[in-house]
Design a protein around this ligand. Structure first.
Ligand SMILES: Nc1ncnc2c1ncn2[C@@H]1O[C@H](COP(=O)(O)OP(=O)(O)OP(=O)(O)O)[C@@H](O)[C@H]1O
Ligand SMILES: [Mg+2]
Length: 329
């Protein structure tokens, strides 16, 4: 009987050679699958980024800019937001223009932090309203995306709408109805329980002096009263984020003060406000951070002191404008 061999196998024997060759093959296979896995993960991350979740982008922006409110979470993040409009023959004629397409917003990227007033500042036609309309999901971007409270304006517009209150002077209240009726109507649309809606209506109407005009048809209200009624109706659902296009447009100084004081109060209560304006003094006084838009592009953004460095915001704007356009038009 042969003695039983104890110890490592003799690798010169054929089965063990095959085993070693097999091990090499499986190591190569393992390495290959590792590389494929990493490639898939990178590809998935890239696709997620392109789809608009912008995880990578958030990190990049957090690193490069350190605004005053950077300790607060980002509530709006736009990335390369772009929108063009076809110009009708009539519009071409009116604007003495031969262009067929107008680029209103051109790869606009900015962030707004929770609990701040962020102002989009720019001249007429800069693209402010178009940007805010995209954020409010009234129009879709051609390219790029924005996250509003973590929801994509392109892919989750309903969820975005539930988070925001949007006011623009272009939105007109229906003449035939009264502020009280419209408030109740929009409260129902937003699913606000009637008892809570009634408390909010009483508070807001008193605050803005609408209570005396609550049952007056919109057609018979003054411009200021219409604007105040629009404002309270746009925030009937007490949204955490308020988007206002030119909030003081057409208002006298007293009414404008009531509105801006209220916006500051909302901000102090933790709401985020994104507004557009071409009034520099308003931006300087009210906004924590501003983005200056020229020709649909973000020319500068930051806190007011960061941008001004002791100069006036108006002077900063003129300098930016000349550096972009070559001269003040
Ligand atoms: N529906 C549309 N069709 C064609 N062009 C449009 C449309 N909406 C906006 N534009 C054009 O896009 C550009 C940007 O317009 P937008 O209203 O966003 O500017 P703005 O910064 O809000 O200007 P303003 O301060 O005058 O309100 C303008 O040249 C405007 O004429
Ligand atoms: Mg506008």
């Amino acid at each position: 009987m042969n003695p039983v061999k104890v110890g490592p196998p003799d690798s010169s024997q054929a089965p063990f050679k095959a085993l070693i060759a097999g091990n090499r093959q499986s190591r190569a296979c393992l390495l290959l699958s590792g590389i494929v896995l990493v490639a898939i993960l990178l590809l998935r991350r890239y696709c997620t980024f392109r789809r608009g979740t912008m995880t990578l982008y958030v990190h990049r922006i957090r690193k490069v800019s350190m605004p005053r409110s950077s300790s607060h979470p980002i509530i709006i993040q736009t990335q390369d937001l772009s929108k063009s409009f076809k110009l009708s023959a009539r519009q071409q004629r009116l604007e003495h223009s031969t262009e067929h397409v107008r680029i209103a917003v051109d790869k606009l990227s900015f962030v707004a932090f929770q609990g701040e007033i962020f102002g989009l500042l720019g001249p007429n036609g800069a693209g402010k309203t178009t940007t805010l309309r995209m954020l409010a999901t009234l129009i879709r971007p051609d390219e790029g995306d924005a996250l509003v409270a973590g929801r994509s304006i392109s892919r989750q517009p309903e969820a975005v709408r539930a988070t925001i209150g949007f006011l623009t002077s272009e939105l007109k209240l229906e003449d035939f109805f009264t502020p009280s009726y419209l408030f109740d109507f929009f409260a129902t649309l937003h699913g606000v329980p009637p008892d809570i809606a009634a408390i909010r209506k009483a508070e807001l109407f008193k605050r803005f002096g609408i209570d005396e005009f609550a049952e007056v048809k919109v057609a018979n209200l003054s411009t200021g009263m219409k604007q105040k009624a629009s404002l309270v109706i746009s925030i009937v659902h007490d949204p955490p984020l308020i988007i206002f296009d030119e909030p003081t447009n057409g208002l006298d100084v007293l009414t404008a003060k009531v509105v801006t004081d209220y916006l500051a109060e909302l901000r102090d209560a933790g709401k985020t406000i994104v507004l557009s304006t071409h009034i520099f003094s308003l931006a300087e006084r009210l906004c924590d951070r501003v983005g200056v838009i020229i020709d649909g592009r973000m020319a500068a953004q930051g806190t007011v002191p960061e941008l001004t460095k002791g100069r006036s915001l108006e002077q900063v704007f003129f300098d930016l404008y000349v550096s972009v356009k070559g001269k003040v038009a």
